[in-house]
Every structure is written in structure tokens, then in C-alpha cells.
Design a binder for this molecule. Structure first.
Ligand SMILES: [Zn+2]
Length: 155
């Protein structure tokens, strides 16, 4: 996950938690759609993002403590956060060595022109995926962050 995507997700998670803590405000915006499980998943996702936790570690934690915690897998949480935040990332295949993303002139290539590694594994799945969030949702998420609003209000 790139730094920009990470910061947007952190802002989104903080934004969702901010609504969660302000009950009267949450009711005003109809944010009662967050279930207790959503709130636990958001906390787990925030832990993963702020600690830069790899997927394998998160999934091990999920598996190890599943009898104590009712949280979803990282994949399910990512999709739920995408729905809750309204931010839909664009995913692009990229080289296993991060040389290129398979866009524009590279869209039809099967191998990286720089390191000659194949785009996909033998099962047809890409080696790496780059998640890109377009600028407008980034700005919207940034300007919805309470800390950003505080910084912008300072004079
Ligand atoms: Zn390459």
C-alpha cells in the first residue's frame, strides 16, 4: 500500500471513528449503519495501518484470536471500509520488482520490459497490484479529517 493510500485510509478510518464517538452528530448524518462489528473491524484496520502490519501478520492475528475477537479477514475489512468510505481505489497490475504498472503503453505486455519478469503467476493472478485512489476522493477525505480541519482553521 503506497503512502498516499495509507494516509487516505488512516484519514477515512479516523473520520469513521470520529463519527462513531460523536453520537449526536452520528445520528444527524444517519451514521447508525455502523454495527458493533464494523466498529471493531475499523479499530483492527486502524491498528494494521498505523503499525504497518503485513497482511500475513494481520491474518495470523485474526486466526489466532478468532475465539476472542469477532473481526473479519483483511480482505473483508478492506471491502467493507471501501463501502463505508465511498472511496473506490483503481487497481493496476504491476511488475513484481515494481518497475512498471501495466497501464498505457504497457497495458498489452505479458512481461516487464525492464526486468523481463512475467506480469502474472501461473494461475493467472498478478504478482503485485498497485492501488491508486484518484485525487478528488483524496482531497475529500483529507478535508473531512478533524485534524486537517483544525489545521486549516488555525490563523
Ligand atoms: Zn520489472
Amino acid at each position: 500500500m503506497s503512502l498516499n493510500v495509507k494516509s487516505i485510509y488512516i484519514n477515512t478510518v479516523c473520520h469513521l471513528q470520529w463519527h462513531y464517538h460523536l453520537d449526536s452528530y452520528s445520528m444527524a448524518i444517519g451514521n447508525l449503519l455502523l454495527t458493533d462489528k464494523d466498529k471493531d473491524n475499523i479499530r483492527a484496520f486502524q491498528l494494521k495501518i498505523t503499525c504497518n502490519m503485513p497482511r500475513c501478520v494481520f491474518n495470523c492475528m485474526h486466526h489466532t484470536f478468532h475465539h476472542k475477537m469477532d473481526i473479519d479477514s483483511e480482505w473483508v475489512i478492506l471491502h467493507r471500509v471501501t463501502i463505508l468510505s465511498g472511496i473506490q481505489p483503481n487497481n493496476y497490475h504491476c511488475c513484481i520488482n515494481s518497475c512498471i504498472t501495466y497501464t498505457n503503453d504497457y497495458t498489452d505486455l505479458d512481461h516487464c520490459p525492464f526486468c523481463d519478469k512475467p506480469q502474472c503467476m501461473s494461475n493467472g493472478q498478478p504478482w503485485h497490484i498497485f492501488s491508486y485512489i484518484p485525487l478528488l476522493p483524496c482531497l475529500q477525505a483529507l478535508l473531512q479529517s478533524p485534524s486537517t480541519i483544525g489545521h486549516l482553521s488555525y490563523h
